[in-house]
Write a protein that binds this ligand. Structure first.
Ligand code: FAD
Length: 466
């Protein structure tokens, strides 16, 4: 039997980055808030995204640090890597963090429901739990349902895993095929090769890391290749089948290319990292009349308002900026605006982003190509490339990454509109450069900043025009 059990000022669907922030802030403003989560509290970022991914990246960096340590005289014998121990330790940390999210919501006075939610109308949500169905009434509804990894529709496609599966692998794949060349694909390839596997990347196009500066993307993929990742550009997976050795992958050349991509390879694990789609299945949006965009995302305005009055949406399901800090900011701005905080329309501002691959890269603001198309001749480039001091003692024949930095400036005042970097610490350094780009500082402001020596970051205040 179903009945409307409780009425709330706000019912949030989705206990991930955006939903949790919105629920907590609305409750802090005195609203009566319910939140529904069908999987685990914390959502993609905490459970199957940023956090567990970064812990695996630290494991990869630790492996590379051993070679560096030898150059400083340490005598270290690497006897192997216990992948299962790492996976279980990461899972333990995820469980701890997920519990913190749950606890913080409850402490803020939010009422938690564990089950799958579907919209009945613009004010009613049905929640399916193990114990049956419950109905919640909300003056306002917030859809914060995130995204799901896109699957590849080819014969044998059911044998192809997605990013969620990476975190529960039984063992480190002896030979992994990673389909795609976005930030998740580059990160997974880096981790698996550093931990001792073979990795082949199958990439439909001719460049990786969409959204990143061209020079950055080129250097990241050169670094992956230097580590032994076999990158097959202009190639697509056509079919997968099981064989005695593992999985047989048939590839074909991407349309319009020279045909070199056609072939076969055998691997032990294959994963598609080819994008994410909004997680809207079974949510009942069609009957509600919520408008969707061309890629299937929920269309919202600057107040995160959907086409249906009283129904709002934040985070990945809106397809604006698919990163955790953006989902959090959207959730916070929504809760402030609707429940008594300062009313403010959403502004993402300049967006810093990183790829935690080996080598690492990050950027903020406009890429060189974006600046050139916006400002033409009124844009300028300052860049440098150098060997990091920490790799100075490596043997002469050892491979190492060079550090690359670029500032993109605009106009006579040389306002810094973009900063990009490849190399150790790129994400940490670019986070700080993001303040300068957000503030609209100029190249002269960078020049006026005294260097902090010896660091890699000091090169950002010492750049000369090429
Ligand atoms: P989510 O965090 O996905 O939360 C949505 C929640 O809604 C989920 O918990 C889901 O179970 C729940 N839900 C869905 N439907 C229902 C329903 N019908 N009923 C009840 N609950 C429902 N971003 C970064 O900023 N930095 C990174 O380094 C980074 N790395 C990433 C690595 C990977 C492998 C992946 C996949 C993503 C990464 N991201 C990263 C992206 C980041 O995780 C997302 O942008 C962020 O989690 C989006 O938050 P959200 O609140 O929109 O959705």
């Amino acid at each position: 039997m179903t009945s409307v059990e409780e009425a709330f000022d706000l019912v949030v669907i989705g206990g991930g980055s955006g939903g949790v922030r919105a629920a907590r802030i609305a409750a802090t403003h005195g609203a009566r808030v319910a939140i529904v989560e069908k999987s685990r509290w914390g959502g993609t970022c905490v459970v199957r995204g940023c956090i567990p991914k970064k812990l695996f990246v630290y494991a990869a960096q630790a492996r590379e640090a051993l070679a560096l340590a030898a150059s400083f005289g340490h005598q270290i014998e690497h006897r192997g890597h216990d992948f299962a121990a790492l996976r279980d330790a990461v899972a333990g940390e995820v469980t701890r963090l997920s519990g913190l999210y749950r606890g913080n919501l409850a402490r803020a006075g939010v009422v938690l429901f564990e089950g799958e939610a579907a919209c009945v109308d613009a004010h009613t949500v049905a929640v399916r739990t193990g114990a049956g169905e419950r109905r919640l009434r909300g003056e306002k509804l917030l859809l914060a349902v995130g995204g799901v990894p896109r699957r590849l529709a080819v014969p044998g496609g059911e044998l192809i895993d997605v990013s969620d599966d990476f975190f529960t692998l039984r063992e480190r794949p002896a030979h992994a095929v990673v389909i795609g060349a976005g930030f998740i694909a580059a990160e997974f390839a880096s981790v698996l090769i550093a931990l001792g596997g073979r990795v082949t990347m199958v990439v439909r196009g001719g460049r990786g890391l969409p959204g990143f500066d061209d020079d950055v993307a080129t250097r990241v993929f050169a670094g992956l290749a230097a580590r032994g990742v076999d990158i097959r550009w202009h190639t697509e997976v056509a079919a997968v089948e099981k064989n005695a050795a593992g999985l047989r992958v048939t590839t074909k050349a991407s349309a319009g290319t020279d045909g070199a991509g056609a072939g076969e390879l055998t691997c032990t694990w294959i994963c598609a990292a080819i994008g994410r789609d909004p997680n809207l299945d079974g949510l009942g949006l069609a009957s509600l009349g919520v408008a969707l965009g061309p890629q299937g995302h929920i269309v919202v305005d600057e107040w995160s308002q959907t086409s249906v009055p009283g129904v709002f949406a934040v985070g990945d399901c809106t397809g604006r900026v698919q990163l955790t800090p953006a989902a959090i900011r959207e959730g916070h701005a929504f809760a402030d605006s609707q429940f008594g905080g300062p009313r403010r329309p959403l502004r993402h501002g300049v967006v810093p982003s990183a790829v935690f691959s080996l080598p690492q890269a990050a950027g903020v603001g406009l890429t060189e190509a974006e600046a050139r198309s916006q400002f033409g001749a009124a844009c300028g480039i300052y860049q440098t490339e150098f060997r990091a001091l920490q790799s100075a003692l490596l043997p002469a024949d050892a491979a190492f990454d060079r550090i690359f930095m670029k500032l993109v400036v605009q106009g006579e005042a040389e306002i810094v509109v973009g900063a990009h970097m490849v190399g150790d610490g790129a994400a940490e350094i670019i986070q700080m450069a993001g303040i300068a780009v957000t503030a609209g500082l100029t190249k002269a402001d960078f020049d006026a900043t005294l260097a902090l020596h010896p660091t890699a970051a000091e090169e950002f205040v010492l750049l000369k025009k090429q």
